[in-house]
Design a protein around this ligand. Sequence first.
Ligand code: GLN
Length: 465
Amino acid sequence: MESQIKHIHQQLVTKQITCTALVQEKLALLKENTHHSVNSLLDEMALTLAKKVDAKIANGEEIGLLEGIPFGIKDVYMVQGTYTTASSNILKNYKSAYTATAIQKLLDAGAIPLVKENCDSFGHGSSSENTIFGAVKNAIDTNLVAGGSSGGSAVNVAKDYTVFSIGGDTGGSIRQPAGYNNIYGLKPTYGRISRFGLMAYASSTDCVGPLAKSIEDIRIVLNVMSGKDTKDQTTIASTEIDEEAISNNTVKTVGYFKNFIDNKAIDPKIKADFLATIEKIKAKGIAIKALDFFDSETLVSTYYTLAMAETASNLSRLDGTNYGSRIEGENLKDTYSITRSENFSEESKRRIVGGNQVLSQGFSDEIYLKGLNLRDQISANFEKDFEEVDIILSPVTPNTPPKIGDSLKDPLAMYLSDAYTVGFSLGQLPTLTVPQGTATGLQITAAKNNEQTILQFANFLKDTI
Ligand code: GLN
């Protein structure tokens, strides 16, 4: 698939279509909400912006590449004056007071926001069923889950309801739904894109990233959103990636984790397809190196220990006082507890209780500090790996998407389904899901700040397998 952004840009400047008609068409599709991908429509804002683009074109003025391009926003980003619900009851009526930096950059470039997209509440989940807006349906088979937590964003892109969408990835939430719906989804290096205005889940691994149908669109959107931000002290400087730089492959050695593939939980077809891909890459003269890594249980428990601790801390502000639907109790303490017990989902409560347990006196040394220590070991392991290989290739998920309703019965199985994505999050590495290789795609990971190598290799894979 070629760049849709460039294609639409061309159609706009040559007056084959108007921006208003384009936006109207997409809004009409989203309004149907056939896949439960929509939490709220930004129709008024979108149509006002579209008119401005049309007026510019009619005046003979030049427009930028992203000007007039319709996009979607996971419902965890602040956009001033719009509902930002995190698909939760507690913030069902919350309206953003300001706009997230990443979204502001897109607005400044002229892109048009259409929709706040359904997701797992506060990013808690891997299926987009943990939401008050109804389980998101998979774009390819509506009986299956869309994946999560950025399920609505992935489905909207896959169905062409948006040209690209902005998801959030803490432990796989962009990459996994991208894989489940056969599109591209990038989790950039931690800090490459500002988190200011993204509702915090686990601050040490939260990342902003794009979902799209082409590598080129991922590149364009990544460039616009990247950069240091005084409002997020963890942001890092990065250089723009140009189209030329990703057209020729320079990757010489590809690594893969033996234990991901030998794992007994992997679907035999995903395993066979992954190994066949490795063979095709080898046949192109690229060296392959099997690597050792931590086992799935260690990765998943380290991630969930830290993610739960951080989310318990981040969500403590939602007590019905400054934010959120308040339910009055007999006294203040009572009000807090009723508000939080009634308004958080079962899954979010499980994580808040688990996180507070992990952080509490008597447990924190044994559990939380151990988690931090393991995370350091995981990062050190990656550093060693990237001395030997240029990229690491892995499946996105051990299995194909489950039926809607099935995963809610077994939270532990759901956590384990994140086995292949969470390690890269703990390492704060850039990782891209490409819709190739296995039924749920492949993940291409590089060392920190090496998004260029990833996009380059993705282009190579597109032509190779
Ligand atoms: N499924 C993982 C979790 O529930 C990842 C979610 C995410 O990246 N937001 O924590």
